[in-house]
Design a protein around this ligand. Sequence first.
Ligand SMILES: Nc1ncnc2c1ncn2[C@@H]1O[C@H](COP(=O)(O)OP(=O)(O)OP(=O)(O)O)[C@@H](O)[C@H]1O
Ligand SMILES: [Mg+2]
Length: 240
Amino acid sequence: MAKNIVNKTQNEKLFVADVRQKVTFSIIESYKNIRTNVLSLMAKKNAKIIAISSPNASEGKSTTALNLAITLSQLGKKVLIIDADTHKPSLHRKLKIDNQIGLLELLLGKATLSEAAHAHNDFLDIITCNTSTPNPSEILGSEKFDELMQEFKENYDCIILDTPPVNPVADTLVIAQKIDLLILVVRASTTTYDAFKKTLKALKVLDLGVDGVIINGADPRPKSYYKSKYSYYKSSKYYY
Ligand SMILES: Nc1ncnc2c1ncn2[C@@H]1O[C@H](COP(=O)(O)OP(=O)(O)OP(=O)(O)O)[C@@H](O)[C@H]1O
Ligand SMILES: [Mg+2]
């Protein structure tokens, strides 16, 4: 049994950066749209393990991963979210929980699943991460990682990995070879075409593709505005 650190129901509210920020109808609907698309991809590909990444830092990976996990758990799916960002772990801070025992301790055999998993509500468990290892990509590339994922697949309907950005560090390229679906988050105001292209190139070298792109922070102005400004995303599937 995981430690029940937050006594919340499956009607968990979405995460927002600022407690004063309102979770609007359009935010809730956007995440439901993302959930619908992700569930469809999962069914088509018989997939359970989803990695969320982005080209560079601060594009909304962790926020998106967390809200996707919450939204999926609201359907009664048994969901596990793992902070797999050993460089800048953040889920523990966003959820105000401890990160001393988490993914790295599991991978190094220093902890058991029941010690590392925190129950956020009846349907959502969380494994945090810390920065205690100097060689994260080796650990993430280990057989132990594969064994853990196999174990998670037997216990959860969906496993979401919040990963580091692709361009500055190698970890996500390692993780991407071991998961079922890779979804990239791009931030409407900051992600450049070059950064996005660099990510796709790095994945292509390993014969890896992207299963979906989520545009974070898109302005809800009429579509024609975006058509001209963001036409370079045309060739990719996107959800928002
Ligand atoms: N759509 C948004 N509107 C406003 N603020 C946002 C939005 N998305 C993310 N943020 C804020 O931007 C910051 C970065 O978001 P987040 O931690 O989700 O990104 P990240 O890609 O995981 O970052 P990192 O690369 O550091 O792991 C946070 O302060 C978050 O609250
Ligand atoms: Mg993050």
